[in-house]
Design a protein around this ligand. Structure first.
Ligand SMILES: [Zn+2]
Length: 350
């Protein structure tokens, strides 16, 4: 059920990509105890992403999806899973596990048929049945479609489009379906350039074994795994969804925030050349006060969904809830410091 030899592989079009330096989504969390002791917010990994690549796995879920997900999580990889509808229907929990592990789920047809020989109505029912199975299993409606074997035509593309699906083929074929060795898979992945997409498969041991070396290579080139944009079909930064947190070591109990405190989680969903947006979500209190510290010379230019006040330095903001819910945001001008991110100092209820 893999891509056919010499199949309709899309030639990789030369691309003048403007590589905007974007930083990994930084997530920081702080919990404040009743005694008023704040835990300093710590940004997560400081990987530099000068571009993103789309890592994709076709034909799942399979009996070894959980093994694949373990390897991906251990290596900090978020990937796009092009699932076969009937596999999802027979193993919905594996599809759910993909989403729980931070993967994006997409449509790879109902049963991996050669779709270009179908009538338009057959195409329509095949793709919508697959969308329904994926949505029923995961709660996520697919926005991407990859035709089996990369075989497509204008009818199939328009049917996919009418169902809100962007067709995605691939730029680099890992050849894992064709018996490639771990070294060959790693070497093929080494051709990936920013914005491009690689074809791999769920259910192949060599593919799983290649993941650590693929990631090492990408990291050495400042490339990061990204999501595939439903509007362009190119790999882009994850859309502000924080990567899944690593589960705590077994034996370490987790405790809920004590009463009187709350938890504030900051993400940086949008980064531009001169400024970035921060979104802060508060849990544990309906009325809250969150203190955020900036790094000079950065300055906040705009805020939303909260009532801000400032200390005399202008670098410490106290944001209070104003009835707009539990998420507030602000835009920070970098003023020459493009790497610093706001730190959450405390979160208090009331
Ligand atoms: Zn396939």
């Amino acid at each position: 059920m893999y891509a056919s030899i010499g199949g309709s592989r899309r030639p990789s079009a030369p691309r003048k990509s403007r590589l905007t330096v974007r930083l990994a989504v930084l997530a920081s969390t702080v919990a404040l105890g009743a005694a008023g002791l704040a835990v300093a917010a710590t940004p997560s990994s400081a990987a530099t992403c000068n571009g993103y690549v789309g890592i994709t796995f076709d034909d799942g879920p399979t009996g070894s999806t959980s093994a694949l997900l373990s390897v991906l999580r251990a290596n900090g990889v978020r990937a796009t899973m092009f699932n076969v509808g009937q596999n999802v229907q027979s193993n919905p929990s594996a599809a759910r596990a993909q989403v729980d592990a931070g993967m994006w789920v997409a449509n790879h047809s109902w049963n991996h048929a050669h779709m270009t020989s179908m009538s338009q109505s057959q195409m329509q029912s095949d793709l919508s049945q697959t969308n329904s199975a994926i949505q029923a299993a995961t709660g996520v409606r697919p926005q991407l479609f990859r035709p089996p074997y990369g075989e497509t035509n204008s009818t199939l593309q328009s049917v996919a489009s009418s169902l809100g699906l962007r067709q995605v083929i691939w730029d680099v074929d890992s050849q894992d379906w064709n018996g490639a060795s771990v070294g060959q898979i790693v070497s093929n992945a080494g051709r990936l350039q920013a914005g491009q997409v690689i074809l791999m498969h769920d259910g192949i041991q060599n593919t799983r074994d290649a993941i650590p070396q693929i990631m090492a290579n990408l990291t050495s080139r400042n490339l990061c795994p990204g999501m595939i944009s439903p509007s362009t079909g190119r790999a882009v930064a994850p859309d502000g969804t924080p990567p899944p947190t690593t589960p705590p070591p077994t034996g370490t109990p987790t405790t809920p925030p004590p009463s009187g405190g709350c938890t504030a989680t900051a993400t940086t969903p949008n980064v531009w050349g001169d400024r970035y947006n921060t979104s802060v979500t508060v849990q544990g209190a309906g009325n809250w006060t969150v203190v955020v510290a900036l790094t000079p010379p950065q300055r906040v230019s705009t805020t939303w969904n909260g009532s801000p006040s400032w200390d005399s330095t202008g670098y410490v903001m106290t944001m209070r809830s104003n009835g707009s819910g539990n998420t507030f945001g602000f835009t920070t001008m970098m003023n020459g410091n493009s790497s610093a991110r706001p730190q959450i100092r405390s979160c208090t209820a009331g």
